[in-house]
Write a protein that binds this ligand. Structure first.
Ligand code: PLP
Length: 496
């Protein structure tokens, strides 16, 4: 029983149960009490290839699985799925190192975790003696849904339904989803916005649980969103990968500190960096980069979290978020105080605001720095990085790049900086083209071609030819029909 709820130490679970359940029964997140004590040799881990690192790190964080079991799961998750053998390559851009997390099957960083999660989930199902088929329900604003489907595609014992807002995702994202292959995948548009789809999914979970609608049917619902520890743990690996690369290239000596700058939304990616630090990796500062939705910038500065503020739709949409769920795990790990976390989360729910005690704020400042970058500066950064260094970055990466320069200017004594790059520029081609100083013409697919013609940077294989590929998933429903839709799908043995 290595895991407990961040809100109640009595609610314990094994790591396999934590992966299977996703969320603790009281609404808290599953966390270890502390990461410092798990048996783990960080130096030895740095000498391994990426899959070897993943095996060590994941079996340390999820001790329900033996190292041998984990090795097999890692191989199944990643072999042949990414552009490069090392999964997440690093590139030198000026003085900084860019860690490319978008070389996976859907060109977004979520591939790293969502390739692994299905393997962990099916293995956890076996460990826990659960025979039921797992039906994943996910609402998506674009990236998560596609990456989740690609991860779960034809994984035995699982099915996945993705709901997206009709007209609320980009043409590229829509094309990526509706052309999804696999016998166990299903995509459905919901009339409404993303919040409608997400609330709808939550309502389906509640209705199914409250009224036992699937009991005896051999199916249980689960979710692939980023509060699952099985999605967080795989992200720790690339912090080690980047560090090992810097050592290998002679840019640092083993033991030197490195600062990481992370474009942040739900706080999963950057929290994985904190895990790496607690496991021994010499991490200096973790720099939290936000867009105009700068709730985290204010929080890390003042200790006051206040989500009562305007919501902006930005050119870095995967970071348009006002409640960063994974922050709860950090507050728990730093304070060790589930009672405090419970109180803060209740305040957040009731008033939208909480203030952390001063000692907790001090502990945050030891590890984190913060900054933000609006749309105008995001596009400027894209143009500037291209002209100065010939490196083409996406909008989310550009936010991190801009904040990295702010950080270095404020801290002349900084360590070598690694900037996490979370998406291919071709996922957000219109803003990228504007950043390069050109007006976008035609639809998003035309704009992709324009970007390629301007820069010569190749379009990732999974995005070329999308326009011509046949749509397999054409359902469009109202929000009120989501429960019936799920029940109907759950009753069908074969979807294709
Ligand atoms: C999800 C996402 C992020 C934010 O990551 P979090 O773990 O939610 O903080 C940043 N960039 C891109 C492209 C993403 O898809």
């Amino acid at each position: 029983m290595d895991y407990q709820s961040t809100r109640n130490p009595e609610l314990r679970a094994s790591s396999a149960e934590a992966v299977l359940n996703g969320l603790a029964p009281d609404g808290g997140l599953y966390s270890m009490a502390s990461l410092g004590e798990i048996p783990f040799d960080w130096k030895q881990t740095l000498s391994l290839d990426t899959q070897g690192m993943a095996t060590e790190i994941l079996s340390a964080l999820l001790p329900s699985f033996t190292k041998e079991e984990m090795r097999a799961l890692v191989r199944r998750a990643y072999a042949g799925k990414f552009e490069t053998e090392d999964l997440t390559p690093t590139v030198q851009v000026g003085d900084d190192t860019v860690l490319e997390l978008f070389r996976g099957p859907t060109s977004a960083f979520k591939d790293v975790a969502l390739s692994m999660l299905p393997q962990l989930m099916t293995a956890a199902r076996e460990k826990c003696g659960v025979d039921d088929e797992i039906l994943i329900l996910t609402a998506t604003s674009g990236d998560t849904g596609k990456a989740a489907m690609e991860g779960f595609c034809d994984v035995p014992g699982t099915k996945i339904i993705v709901f997206y807002p009709d007209g609320g995702v980009s043409p590229v994202q829509k094309a990526q989803m509706v052309t999804q292959a696999g016998k166990n995948t299903c995509v459905c548009a919901v009339r409404g916005n993303f919040d409608d789809a997400q609330t709808g999914v939550k309502n389906v979970f509640a209705a199914v649980n409250d009224r036992n609608l699937l009991s005896g049917k051999g199916i249980r619902l689960s979710s692939a969103n980023s509060i699952n520890i099985g999605r967080l743990a795989p992200q720790v690996v690339y912090y080690f990968r980047a560090y090992a690369n810097l050592v290998g290239e002679g840019r640092i000596k083993l033991g030197d500190k490195v600062d990481y700058v992370v474009p942040t939304g739900n706080f999963g990616d950057i929290l994985a960096g904190y895990f790496a630090r607690e496991m021994g990796l010499p991490v200096g500062k973790l720099v939290c980069a936000s867009n105009a939705n700068n709730v985290l910038t204010d929080f890390l500065e003042t200790g006051r979290y206040d989500k009562n503020r305007p919501f902006y739709k930005t050119v870095s949409p995967s970071m348009d978020i006002l409640v960063s769920s994974n922050l709860e795990r950090l507050l728990f790990l730093l304070s060790g105080d589930a009672e405090l976390v419970k109180t803060l989360m209740e305040e957040l729910k009731e008033t939208g605001v909480y203030q952390v005690p001063i000692d907790l704020l001090r502990a945050l400042h030891e590890v984190f720095w913060q900054g933000y970058c609006d749309d105008l500066d995001t596009k400027k950064a894209i143009g500037m990085v291209w002209r100065e260094y010939g490196y083409l970055c996406d909008t989310h990466t550009a936010v991190a790049w801009d904040v990295a320069q702010q950080y270095k200017a404020a801290h002349p004594e900084h360590n070598p900086v690694v900037i996490l790059s979370t998406a291919s520029p071709y996922k957000f081609p219109a803003a990228v083209l504007e950043g390069l100083g050109h007006a976008a013409k035609g639809d998003e697919f035309d704009v992709m071609e324009q970007v390629r013609n301007e820069t010569g940077v190749p379009i990732p294989k999974n995005l070329t030819g999308l326009r011509e590929r046949e749509a397999r998933h054409k359902d469009v429903i109202d929000r009120e029909q989501m429960l019936d839709y799920v029940l109907k799908k759950a009753s069908q043995k074969e979807w294709f």
